[in-house]
Design a protein around this ligand. Structure first.
Ligand SMILES: [Fe+2]
Length: 198
């Protein structure tokens, strides 16, 4: 018996998601609404999306966590990245230059948010303290608005199981600001993509 492709359920893919993000950005709404709309799309991807293709699930042998580039839109400027995290792998304490929407696809994330105690008057210096610590299970979505609204954070795999998250940035996703909490300093860092051939 032949199957009827029209009756097969279609799962929401990363490509569908990227196309929908582009459509949201084309509406040119205020950034708060844009990020909210993209968070809804990300929720659909994280709760009922198609499996992430294997080529985006490879782990780099020595990187602290693996960043696999899925899509960069040169016109609208946004970027979609699959991050693969080994047991307890984590980022530096950091902030982004633009909005960011994160969805947990597999495993459990631990996000620590920081608040700034200084008045930002000395370039390169920042006094931080932990503001909140959140465990995010599969299907969780977090949205960060552009800087100057205090988005300093650190993300980690909360457990031993490999964690997979999809991050969407309003920029190319290649630069961030990393903070040394102990020293009270910060500096710009370059972020690499690790896409590896099959
Ligand atoms: Fe981040």
């Amino acid at each position: 018996m032949e199957s009827d492709a029209r009756l097969a359920p279609t799962l929401y893919t990363l490509e569908n998601y990227a196309a929908d993000v582009a459509a949201v950005l084309d509406r040119k709404l205020p950034v708060d609404q844009t990020v909210k709309d993209i968070a809804l799309l990300k929720r659909r991807l994280a709760t009922g999306g198609a499996p992430i293709p294997e080529r985006y699930l490879k782990r780099h042998p020595i990187a602290p966590y693996t960043r696999n580039l899925v899509h960069h839109d040169p016109v609208r400027g946004f970027t979609v990245i699959v991050l693969v995290w080994g047991p307890f792998q984590d980022t530096a304490v950091h902030d982004h230059y633009d909005w960011c929407v994160v969805g947990v696809m597999d495993g459990t994330a631990h996000v620590t948010n920081y608040e700034r105690l200084d008045d930002a008057s000395v370039p390169g210096q920042a006094e931080l303290r932990i503001a909140s610590s959140i465990i995010q299970p599969v299907g969780s979505v977090a949205a960060l608005l552009p800087p100057r609204r205090s988005n300093i954070h650190k993300m980690a795999n909360a457990g031993r199981k490999t964690m997979v998250s999809v991050h969407t940035y309003g920029d190319p996703g290649t630069k961030a600001v990393a903070f040394n909490v102990k020293e009270g300093t910060y500096a710009e860092i370059d972020l690499k993509f690790h896409n590896m051939e099959p």
